[in-house]
Design a protein around this ligand. Sequence first.
Ligand SMILES: [Zn+2]
Length: 137
Amino acid sequence: MSRTTPNASSRISSTALIMIFITLALSLTALILAVTSFNIGNEVVAEYLLLIGLIGIALSGYVLLQTRRRIMRLRIETQPITTTIECKKCGFKSIREFQRGDYVFKELEPCQKCNDKMMITAIYREVKEKGREPASP
Ligand SMILES: [Zn+2]
């Protein structure tokens, strides 16, 4: 039921991984060329290539971090159903992820505070729409 997005997350990660791989390969090439030109005696070109190589490695690391964060966010969004448990006696409220077999007015384990029976009072899907991020071109 809630397993509808693994395709999307894996597609994003594989595309990003290819991009990271290409960027890394290019930066490594730049670094190798930097060493070569340094050996030849062309220090200005060597420094320039070194800079390109380092920027490329930093960029790919940044993209990798961003992708991981996005995948984690996707994973959170696939489990948006929340169960609210309430104690009728003292009003203690507890919120947890929806579990199979949950239904409203179901009695659960005793209250942490007063030891009276707790009851599920609400089951709802959390909707967090914080302005969608534009898809990568
Ligand atoms: Zn209580």
